[in-house]
Design a protein around this ligand. Structure first.
Ligand SMILES: CC(C)(COP(=O)(O)OP(=O)(O)OC[C@H]1O[C@@H](n2cnc3c(N)ncnc32)[C@H](O)[C@@H]1OP(=O)(O)O)[C@@H](O)C(=O)NCCC(=O)NCCS
Length: 138
């Protein structure tokens, strides 16, 4: 029986642990405690999935609860994947922010997952990774 809760005060250690156990840790700064701590501290909505207290899934979002919700990290422990936990975490995230568009960038391995659970692919998404890439006017 998986229990879902809002846990905006999740510890950085548990966050790091679920990132590793889901494999998402390969794409997140897990060895940088300062950044991991800030990712938790400054998130607006953290929904957890627990099995008898053990953290087995997380959805970490930044949201204004009115217009946009950026779902930054969706991660489910490898041993618990394909049981509907990811879908439920997305559902609860949207339920908490019903007026806001839920937006995310997919990890390469999850590109087919999101349309499978009903999200719409958007071809007008843009990313600025490095400020040096910004073309300033001469
Ligand atoms: C992607 C992830 C969050 C999905 O969570 P999950 O709990 O395993 O997925 P669900 O059980 O909700 O899956 C729902 C459906 O999607 C399918 N699915 C699961 N993972 C998938 C994947 N990576 N690609 C395509 N389909 C996938 C399931 O088979 C299931 O299909 P069905 O409805 O036809 O039975 C989870 O696999 C994970 O943590 N992956 C590693 C980290 C990652 O890539 N996170 C995404 C970051 S953007």
């Amino acid at each position: 029986m998986i229990e879902y809760h809002i846990e905006n005060d999740l510890s950085p250690e548990e966050f790091k642990d679920i990132l590793i156990k889901s494999t998402l840790g390969k794409r997140r700064p897990i060895d940088d405690h300062y950044r991991i701590s800030k990712m938790i501290k400054n998130a607006d909505l953290i929904i957890t999935a627990r099995d008898k207290g053990k953290l087995v899934g997380i959805a970490r979002s930044l949201t204004d609860f009115a217009y946009c919700t950026y779902l930054s990290d969706l991660a489910v422990d490898l041993e618990y994947q394909n049981k509907g936990i990811g879908r439920e975490l997305v559902r609860l995230t949207k339920k908490e922010t019903p007026d806001a568009s839920l937006i995310l960038l997919s990890a390469p391995g999850a590109i087919d997952y999101y349309p499978n659970i009903g999200l719409t692919r958007h071809d007008a998404c843009f990313v600025l990774n490095d400020i040096k890439d910004l073309k300033l006017k001469a």
